[in-house]
Design a protein around this ligand. Sequence first.
Ligand SMILES: Cc1cc2nc3c(=O)[nH]c(=O)nc-3n(C[C@H](O)[C@H](O)[C@H](O)COP(=O)(O)OP(=O)(O)OC[C@H]3O[C@@H](n4cnc5c(N)ncnc54)[C@H](O)[C@@H]3O)c2cc1C
Length: 546
Amino acid sequence: MLQSASDALPLAGPRGAPIAPPLPEAALGEARAAPARVMPGRAASSGAPRVVIIGSGFGGLACAIRMLCKGYRVTVLERLDQPGGRASVFTQDGFTFDAGPTIVTAPFLLEELWALAGRRFADDVDLRPMNPCYRIRFDDGTHFDYQREPQAMIEEVRRVSPQDVGGLHAFMAEADRCFRLGYEGLGTVAFESLGDLFAALPAMVRMRAWRSIYQMASRHFKSEKLRQVFSFHPLLIGGNPMSVTSVYSLIPSLERIHGVHSAMGGTGAIVRAMARLIGELGGEIRLGADVARIRVVDQRARGAILASGERVDADIVVSNADSAWTYKHLLKAEPRRVWTDRKVERAAYSMGLFVWYFGTRRRYPDIPHHMILLGPRYRELLGDIFDRKVLADDFSLYLHRPTATDTSLAPEGCDTFYVLSPVPHLEAGIDWASRAEPYRQRIAQMLGDTVLPGLSEAICTERYLTPADFESRYLAFKGAAFGMEPRLLQSAWFRPHNRSEDIRDLYLVGASTHPGAGIPGVLTSAKVLDSIIPPAARVARAQAVL
Ligand SMILES: Cc1cc2nc3c(=O)[nH]c(=O)nc-3n(C[C@H](O)[C@H](O)[C@H](O)COP(=O)(O)OP(=O)(O)OC[C@H]3O[C@@H](n4cnc5c(N)ncnc54)[C@H](O)[C@@H]3O)c2cc1C
């Protein structure tokens, strides 16, 4: 019986019950196997200031590790029954499904977290490089294998469109410039003032940030297929390639420099390792702790009030919840100068996702770990999703087959899959209760007719998530899968700041704050917080003076 994941995953345990450390067996999985090591002197003293972090997405967990290393006592409050947020894990009938992120592109950011704690990431997580990074299949049945190695990439471009080899060099040179200026230069700047914005303008001009990434790709490639191959990346972080700034060409550069990786055991293995590290550093993760509102005293965040009525006090509050949700719902009663309900409502949000998770009783050895299936329309389909907000008859899909790398994620002789289709967010008014099943069937038909022959007979377990589930499960504003859309005028200074503009001692981390969505983005947002939250000792000294 097919059901949506939010129906099928009731929260475990009483809401608000303290569960960690240590985390329950189910949440930790195989991460428990490693012996617990606590860094000497790392555990904060009992009198140290306390940080409460609302949400345990990648951003919240990374922030927790950084705050513990700064000497704070840390409590993470997570409403779900497991850590990870969009990166949570469903297990069903012997299959393991990563619910969200699967492509890991900036391992150095994870290594950096472990290094801060005096540890080695590689001791806890087995990350494997993907080669090729992924396959892009066009609607005419031909494909492009996206290569990391430069010579292999040149050969692949030559195979598809010989006249575009020169364009590849020019495109990658520009993309590398965007990576240096946009990511390395501006990614970790907190963008707290207009001065920060003005200081960034020369770099924005050098990156010609006013162009869309599709315009940039079109300038360098004559082949429409290659224009799509080198412009689709913003979809991975919720942006429309037709309107998102060309600065996001930094993603192809990031992939080339640092590679595309997958974790053995799935992305969930990274989450479990982060959660375990937090426990070992003396932090606490409370699952089933649903924050109803942020407690504000004299315009300062002073903790959280749970749905159960329990009060959790803190000196600093970090929200890893959607920034729109944070302002509109968790600070509902507070006067807000900048992020008013009107401003939150009027912002543009990323697309929604329809994600269908399924297991097959047979294997499909020809399907790579990561595959993108582009449909017959590109620009027009993006217009349907982002502008006209209608559910189109055709689709472009991302197909994930983790068992290509790690067979332990399915029973023997079986394959684990998920397929993801970008769709309009909830503003479109699509009735997902009635539209989801026919939509799933159309996707199944398309996959069965193309890359997964015999699919309908092979399926032995399945479930799906719709934008309505994103709203109810993750409290995603408008069911948007990646928070606020990463348009130029919703980026950097224009995005909700990492240090709240409205409430003192409130900070934001995660996809809907600077720099944006995706694992690299949210890990970087935790790094930004590290640069603006003072060390615990300084806060403690200031409190002692008062
Ligand atoms: C299907 C899918 C595929 C993706 N694929 C990739 C990929 O391959 N590579 C990549 O880099 N990125 C990918 N992304 C994007 C990436 O997963 C996200 O941008 C990132 O994980 C978001 O992390 P976050 O820190 O913003 O927190 P989130 O994951 O959004 O977690 C926030 C947490 O806060 C909790 N919370 C919210 N409100 C409350 C409250 N009131 N009380 C208590 N807890 C609360 C939620 O339950 C949730 O656990 C994908 C996203 C999706 C949805």
